[in-house]
Design a binder for this molecule. Sequence first.
Ligand code: WT7
Length: 645
Amino acid sequence: MSDSIYPVPAEWARRARVDAAGYERLHGLSLADPGSFWLEQARRLDWIKRPEIAGDWSFDEADFHIQWFADGKLNVAANCIDRHLASRGGDTAIIWEPDDPAEAPRSYTYLQLYEEVCRFANVLKAQGVQKGDRVTVYMPMIPEAAFAILACARIGAIHSVVFGGFSPEALAGRITDCDSSVVITADEGRRGGKKVPLKTNVDAAAAHAPALEKVIVVKATGGDVPMQPGRDIWYHEAAAGEPADCPPVAMGAEDPLFILYTSGSTGKPKGVLHSSGGYLLWASLTHALTFDYRPGQVYWCAADIGWVTGHSYIVYGPLANGATTLMFEGVPNWPSAARIWEVVDRHKVEILYTAPTALRALMREGDAHVTRTSRKSLRLLGTVGEPINPEAWRWYHEVVGEGRCPIVDTWWQTETGGHMITPLPGAMALKPGSATLPFPGVDPQIVDADGRVLHGATEGNLVIARSWPGQMRTVWGDHARFFQTYFSTYPGKYFTGDGCRRDADGYYWITGRVDDVINVSGHRMGTAEVESALVLHPKVAEAAVVGMPHDIKGQGIYAYVTLNAGCTGDEALRAELVKWVRTEIGPIATPDAIQFAPGLPKTRSGKIMRRILRKIAEGDVTSLGDTSTLADPAVVDDLVANRVG
Ligand code: WT7
């Protein structure tokens, strides 16, 4: 923890949209009179029918419901495109930076974006896609990925983007869960000079996804991919005859905009469902205030569109605000560790938003990669996805930003739709490692294990005591699971799954997950998911997975594996299991350590004591706590003696 304070730079306090007094006023109003506050804020969107009611919600089991602006009608794509045409149709909407820096970047004006999205929407319509249908998007980071999701929004189809790094198995599960008959993909993706066989993965997924009927394939690399007649359609061929005009469908504010699968502490990934009106308002308002965005500035969120960060802060938030948003196909360390800074210089990026894991990886490569670039266009830096260690924060601030750029450390989740606890750069003094204070409308509380609200400087579990417009509305196909997961632990409150400390200045410091979710390079991974993958292997009897500290990734994956009788845990099997998990889930689930264990520490009722496994994985073997309730305390000695790493 760090106690140093970085005050708001004078020109930020003077020029920013929101200064310290403005923040106090906005946050106060948002909680004192949420109805008028949110109806006023809703004016930043272009409504087909302006709403007259704001929030209508209850987190209580008997009357559980969440609605915002329920009587309003709008179209999300029209908000992101059409309404800008009159005033800034010629302004750049999207700048695309390809994987290979030797290739030319591409850019699209708002007018060009309009035409691309309309044409894409017409292709979807021609394939029979209608309002409410689910469309799976499994794409590389190319502009067509943004066109595809905006095309869905234009015709009221619900998109479900699946990160291109997920395996065919994982893709098939997501296609099946939301019963999606159409997949949009590309021949291949490219990342760091390597090809990603997206179409081939879709072909493999199709075998386990009976709902799938049509595959629309964008030609991205020109790689040779087999096309299945009757099922597969080349996008460029289908688009050739389509007009560049398509009327936007009027959607209710509560109509679903998208599903995005995310990992939880138990079971399969959940389909987080977001609304049209409340979500877009949240993405737009947070993008405008947190980044103090001004039209004309080049803004870059270096996430992938496969995660919620890409949805809210590459596409929906920035485009709703008429911004110029940069989309990057590549990776931070290819061809060299200077790539991010070279892209910043090439496109004169003013606002850069990235993850602590990328910063830690680049920091290790030495300052020279940074200092040989100019970076003088940068005025604001942001981070997201995991707690940022003060050392990486200072490096970002001093070396990257040369001390002149505030850093917004934004805490939020797939479920929240957008920023929840975050600095506003003209309003909050910064403390490295703290996400500072709640965004207007957000009412965080810290509670103890029994749900008692803790006041003042304290530490406990983070809950949100009231609804906000960007909140998810349900788990696709399982509303009971939605309630159970988020509202049953602390009745009447949304439980975030995060631990949190609040200091004497009221600043919030997220301490990490308190459930069985681990955060690997800013990506969420359910330990249960990795365990399920491991036990599918014929030699594995049982598996328990926990997080372990990792210098670059934040957390790594540590797996304890018990083998079936007669099987030997050697290096070959270790390598095989690593490969197995990568095939089942994808490379982001690659175990960092596998320990073969003759037994796992269990209570007499058979429950695995994860607390002990976490301590051993962390290397903290001197304070294992009480092990006397274990069925067989001796297994702990074996685990400690054979710790990996
Ligand atoms: C979890 C949500 C938010 C979009 C990307 C990840 C952790 C996120 C921060 C931050 C500390 C953070 C939390 C949260 N997290 N941002 N600024 N400081 N922790 O979305 O995959 O839904 O993961 O990421 O643990 O619960 P996600």
